[in-house]
Design a protein around this ligand. Structure first.
Ligand code: HEM
Length: 163
């Protein structure tokens, strides 16, 4: 039986669910690319949301980037999020949010980005996520591989209707 959403997560209840859509990405030194994406925000009844994401190429469905994490609501306006990537990058974020039952904005700024020995060097990450009218959109910028903070990704996903 699915537990009820913890009281601390109620302000961000609009995020909970499955989202599907597409995005585009670029960065100095790489080819511009398109991707299909699935995001799931879920919960286990504790005061955090779980986050998982996976992407694939639109042309032949080959898996691309994926990541998983946790989002913890701190108070009426602030939250924290940790995200781990299989490429050896670990992000810790402080964030602000504004939400109502139908929409929200979440603004994340990394306080630390750690990497394993063979990961590409990422110094800083900014993520801006919005939900409105059952559509989730986000922008991601990063300072990485010696480049200053700039755009890497933008995407738009729709809520997957429960069966
Ligand atoms: C939707 C999620 C993402 C997708 C589809 C994606 C896709 C890609 C692709 C296709 C490349 C170029 C090929 C490669 O180096 O593998 C790339 C490069 C890169 N990505 Fe991402 N990425 C995503 C998220 C992220 C995130 C969250 C970070 C870091 C916080 C990140 C950091 C990097 C770095 C550092 C590079 C190398 C850039 C370079 O060498 O110039 N990516 N990404």
């Amino acid at each position: 039986m699915q537990p009820s959403l913890h009281k601390a997560c109620q302000p961000l209840a609009v995020m909970v669910g499955e989202w599907r859509g597409s995005g585009i990405g670029d960065y100095p030194g790489i080819e511009k690319f398109e991707y299909l994406e699935e995001i799931v925000f879920s919960h286990v009844g504790k005061p955090f949301l779980t986050y998982s994401q996976k992407t694939k190429t639109p042309s032949d469905g080959q898996p691309l980037h994926s990541e998983q994490g946790f989002l913890r609501v701190i108070d009426d306006t602030t939250l924290e999020m940790v995200i781990a990537q299989p490429t050896g990058i670990i992000e810790a974020h402080n964030g602000f949010y504004a939400a109502n039952p139908k929409s929200c904005v979440v603004n994340l700024e990394s306080t630390q980005v750690a990497s394993t020995a063979t990961a590409k060097p990422v110094e800083q990450v900014r993520r801006l996520l919005r939900i409105e009218d059952n559509r989730l959109t986000y922008d991601l910028s990063m300072a990485a591989v010696g480049e200053p903070m700039q755009h890497h990704l933008e995407a738009s996903l729709e809520r997957v209707k429960p069966e």
